[in-house]
Design a protein around this ligand. Structure first.
Ligand SMILES: [Zn+2]
Ligand SMILES: [Zn+2]
Length: 396
């Protein structure tokens, strides 16, 4: 599992920072969080394959997080279609489904952008990718929608591409999006405090089975191999898998082999939390608790030059929050509140360059130091474009 930061800029891109997008690679699939302009170009600069993207999670519809979607979806559809094999004489199989999640309005935006530009992936219809767009509706939005006139929607086609569900928030305001035992992940979301509807995502890897203590079990079984065979078990070592599966196995001499003794604790799954733009992340605190990695925005900071110009940490924080954003200190405090293991800051103002020039590095070190102080832990990274961070399983 690793995270690649494809874009780490806030509203305007710079030569060193592209618009927001973060790719989580896990078990061969890519889960993409946000898709700012030129995200597909950023993919080309990495070893990530666009065709591996199966889920796209949009935090909110501000352009710096969503303007890359139409082009990205076209390329995604084309690359996936080219991988679907055709057998002569047989109908070609349907391409895979790519599922998008995002706040209310995402489906209309995607449909309008694709259909208005004749980008409906209809080429080789049978092989085309199917896009499903689920919207996350906050409590109260459904009633609001029923009373209001429908949002403009260019989709007059009966084609079910770009259809999806309106996922209603649970009573605590959070959303349950996906629980897939085959993929081994559960994804939930919660609202972020921003200037427009915005969400943060929590992706949890399911716990894995504990390790079988083969080095202890094998000698016990081998010592009685003949007696085990005589009892009708042709291959005594098959008993290893029975113990791992939780079965109680009694050896001919009466020794009982059971999982409690010979299987280690389950391997704890990794837990990645990627937040959208936010001036207050408290609504996702419950879903983020104890996470392995927290990706939090830190758009503005009060650095030495700002102090010289008469700003104070309080005045910068106030202004930043008024614009719906966070400072490194706000991110650090939240990481501390939820007991995150590691904090990664992103979504920086274009004043903060993301290159390796000594001055840029010094500024980012200062930003990092503010978050470290608030977090109370040194495990803080400031994201740079195309940076990849491996995510290890948490130690139990
Ligand atoms: Zn933004
Ligand atoms: Zn925004």
């Amino acid at each position: 599992m690793d995270l690649t930061f494809l874009g780490t800029a806030s509203s305007q891109p710079s030569l060193t920072r592209n618009h927001s997008a973060t790719a989580l690679r896990y078990n061969g699939d890519i889960y993409l969080f946000d898709c700012g302009e030129a995200t597909q170009h950023q993919f080309i600069r990495t070893n990530l394959k666009i065709s591996k993207v199966r889920y796209i999670f949009i935090t909110h519809l501000h352009g710096d997080h969503s303007f890359g979607l139409p082009g990205f979806l076209c390329t995604l559809s084309a690359t996936i279609s080219s991988l679907v094999t055709e057998t002569p004489g047989k109908p070609a199989s349907q391409g895979p489904t790519v599922t998008l999640y995002g706040p209310r309005g995402l489906r209309t935006y995607v449909r309008n952008a694709m259909l208005s530009t004749y980008s409906q992936p209809s080429y080789h219809r049978q092989r085309s990718t199917r896009f499903v767009v689920h919207e996350l509706w906050a409590n109260g939005e459904q009633q609001e929608q029923e009373q209001a006139s429908p949002l403009p929607d260019a989709s007059v086609s009966k084609d079910d591409n770009f259809s999806g569900d309106n996922i209603l928030a649970r009573s605590d305001g959070t959303w349950m999006l996906l629980r897939d035992d085959a993929l081994g992940v559960t994804v939930k979301a919660a609202p972020m405090c921003h200037t427009v509807p915005c969400v943060g995502y929590s992706l949890r890897e399911h716990d894995g089975p504990g390790r079988l203590k083969v080095e202890e079990l094998r000698p016990l079984i081998e010592a009685q191999a003949d007696a085990i065979r005589a009892s009708g078990v042709a291959q005594p070592l098959r008993l290893l898998s029975e113990v791992k599966a939780g079965k109680k196995v009694t050896l001919p001499d009466g020794t009982v082999l059971e999982a409690e003794r010979f299987v280690e604790e389950p391997k704890r799954g990794r837990h990645v939390v990627v937040l959208g733009d936010t001036s207050d992340s408290s609504q996702i605190a419950k879903l983020a608790r104890g996470c392995t990695v927290l990706v939090h925005e830190a758009t503005n900071a009060c650095l030495e030059d700002d102090l010289k110009n008469g700003a104070t940490p309080e005045s910068v924080e106030q202004l930043t929050k008024e614009h719906g954003h966070s400072t490194p200190e706000l991110a650090g405090h939240f990481a501390k509140d939820v007991d995150a293991q590691r904090l990664i800051l992103t979504h920086f103002s274009n004043r903060y360059k993301g290159d390796e020039a000594p001055e840029s590095m010094r500024v980012m070190d200062d930003i990092r130091a503010l978050a470290v102080k608030a977090f109370g832990k040194d495990d803080v990274l400031t994201a740079r474009d195309l940076m990849t961070v491996a995510i290890q399983r948490p130690v139990s």
